[in-house]
Write a protein that binds this ligand. Structure first.
Ligand SMILES: [Zn+2]
Ligand SMILES: [Zn+2]
Length: 271
């Protein structure tokens, strides 16, 4: 489970989402503005009370370790699980057996990181009909072939390619808030299946977007287009918009496959 940023409301939404408290988990923090980190102490505290025992990894910009340790020294988070904190720099890459997360510099008033999650290529699709035709009995041998290993069947040796298709590309999701449109993010986001991009303002507030280090929905759409992303999610919409649909319209005029996700929405992403 990967959580990107941890604002005030996160632990409450996390409970609603029934996301599971003891899963392998990493929290990525973009930058040290309150709306992105104020939920972190509460999250650690709650996870602990709900019985988490598994290590938690937190990745963020310089200063994230000091933030967590200072809070812990004063209020005691009573975490019953180990917390590992990594301070990442642009160019940093988090490697996991199943995926990598690349880090780039966003363009905001203070140091801010954008992240790209890239799933490793997945094994090709297994064809049960073909396996049956070759006389492979269902069970452990199927599993072995699925995982890319050859099997022995009587005197025959069967290669996985006989029943498994070519490897499938993994999913790529880029998360870039808070940020102005910038070349580093475009490069990081290249070929994303989903780009989650800062869209704080609408077109009429473009000066404000520039001043505060944010983007308009139209600017986010241009980043999606330039990075050849497949889908754009407008994100970090300013609270001054009661109705954010004009932002969606402005983005869609430039990049058709744009969505405006509401709280608790599930978005399926396929490569
Ligand atoms: Zn910020
Ligand atoms: Zn923010």
């Amino acid at each position: 489970m990967l959580l990107f940023d941890c604002g005030e409301g996160t632990q409450r939404q996390f409970l609603y989402a029934r996301a599971g408290i003891n899963r392998k988990m990493r929290i990525f923090i973009s930058h040290l503005h309150g709306d992105h980190v104020f939920g972190l102490p509460g999250m650690i505290h709650s996870l602990s009370f709900m019985g988490r025992t598994r290590e938690l990894e937190i990745i963020g910009p310089k200063g994230i370790a000091k933030l967590v340790t200072s809070v812990n020294n004063i209020v005691k988070l009573y975490s019953h699980f180990p917390i590992r904190i990594y301070e990442a720099k642009p160019g940093f890459k988090i490697r996991d057996p199943e995926y990598t997360v690349k880090v780039a510099a966003a363009k905001h008033g203070i140091p801010c990181l954008a992240y790209a999650f890239e799933e490793k290529p997945r094994p090709g699709r297994f064809d049960p009909a073909k396996a049956r035709r070759l006389g492979v009995p269902e069970g452990p041998l199927w599993k072995k072939l699925q995982s890319g290993r050859s099997i022995k069947l009587g005197r025959r040796r069967l290669a996985p390619r006989l029943v498994v298709g070519p490897p499938r590309r993994g999913v790529k999701i880029t998360y870039a808030v808070d940020t102005r449109p910038c070349p580093q993010v475009i490069k990081l986001a290249r070929g994303s299946d989903l780009l989650i991009h800062d869209s704080c303002f609408d077109q009429s507030a473009s000066t404000r977007a520039r001043e505060y280090g944010h983007s308009t929905a139209a600017e986010a759409a241009r980043v999606a287009k330039k990075s050849r992303s497949r889908k754009l999610a407008l994100f970090h919409i300013s609270a001054m918009y009661e109705d954010a649909n004009p932002l969606l319209r402005q983005a869609k005029a430039i990049f058709t496959d744009t969505i405006l996700p509401q709280d608790m929405v599930t978005v399926s992403v396929v490569a």
